[in-house]
Design a protein around this ligand. Structure first.
Ligand code: KIV
Length: 290
């Protein structure tokens, strides 16, 4: 891929330069096929650790490992050519020390080819953000509702509802921006707080459940297209219902296999027009049964 040709990727400085300008469009992707479909339409592809819940059926994101993030991150980089790809650092890979965070982030960057990493945390992670950015690793920060801290906070509730919490969120935003993050995800917070943060910090904010005041928006793709079966958060808009379409397709396939309508001649090698099942089979009968 050329560094200057028409297909070159959107860079981290270009995303950072969108502050107060053209809105940033971000969706999650966990595999090459989805990345390829989304790539022409988004600025950022986020390989979120939400993949633990969406793809693997974990109850939280906590069991997600660095190896899982690297496999999925590399697939998304392979499947895309234009979007800036950011990969989440998973729980336990960066919180202990800046040096741990650097080792995890360096593996993610070198083994996936992504442009940046994302990590959760505000004031308490500022030293780590500075350590990484000072060593050439761009960081997308993530404050507000932090799914990796769900055991401490006790749930997925919106933040910033009282003045003390609003002040904490503002301090978090200023700390990670001051530490060198190139942009910041604001997850699950009340509109006035998201608006104030977006107005007061010099880097772009990317909201999820944080109102249109943000400089960009991100959604989990599977939520957006109706592929997640759990409770849909209020901030999700469903732009398609692939879950319903997938169930309808599976039902039609099952019926056609059972009645012998599938496969047809056009789906067979060398069958001419003679492609038909050996014998009609009723429900519950197996081959050779009378
Ligand atoms: O893991 C994820 O998908 C995320 C987004 C929801 C921002 O962090």
């Amino acid at each position: 891929m050329s560094a200057t040709g028409p297909n070159r990727r959107i860079t981290v400085p270009e995303i950072a330069g969108r502050k107060g300008g053209e809105r940033i469009v971000c969706l999650t992707a966990y595999n090459a096929a989805t990345a390829k479909l989304l790539d022409p339409f988004v600025d950022l592809l986020l390989v979120g650790d939400s993949l633990g819940m969406v793809l693997y059926g974990f109850e939280t994101t906590l069991p997600v490992t660095l190896d899982m993030m690297i496999l999925h991150g590399a697939a998304v980089v392979r499947g895309s050519e234009r979007a800036c790809v950011v990969v989440d650092l998973p729980f336990g890979s960066y919180q202990h020390s800046p040096a741990d965070a650097f080792r995890a982030a360096a593996r993610v960057m070198s083994e996936t080819g992504c442009a940046a990493v994302k990590l959760e945390g505000g004031v308490e992670m500022a030293d780590t953000v500075a350590f990484l950015t000072g060593r050439g690793i761009p960081v997308l920060a993530h404050i507000g509702l932090q799914p990796q801290s769900v055991m401490k906070t006790g749930g997925y509730r919106a933040r910033g509802k009282d003045e003390a919490d609003a002040a904490r969120l503002m301090a978090d935003a200023k700390a990670v921006a001051g530490a060198g993050a190139f942009a910041i995800v604001l997850e699950g917070m009340v509109e006035p707080v998201a608006r104030r943060i977006t107005t007061e910090i010099p880097i772009p904010t990317i909201g999820i459940g944080a109102s249109p005041a943000c400089d960009g928006q991100v959604l989990v793709t599977e939520d957006m297209v109706g592929l997640t079966q759990n409770v849909t958060p209020r901030f999700v808009r469903r732009y398609a219902d692939f879950g319903r379409d997938l169930a309808a397709a599976a039902k039609a396939f099952a019926r056609e296999v059972r009645t012998g309508e599938f496969p047809r001649a056009e789906h067979c090698y060398g069958a001419g027009s003679n492609a038909r099942p050996l014998a009609p089979r009723g429900p519950g009968k197996r081959a050779g049964e009378q």
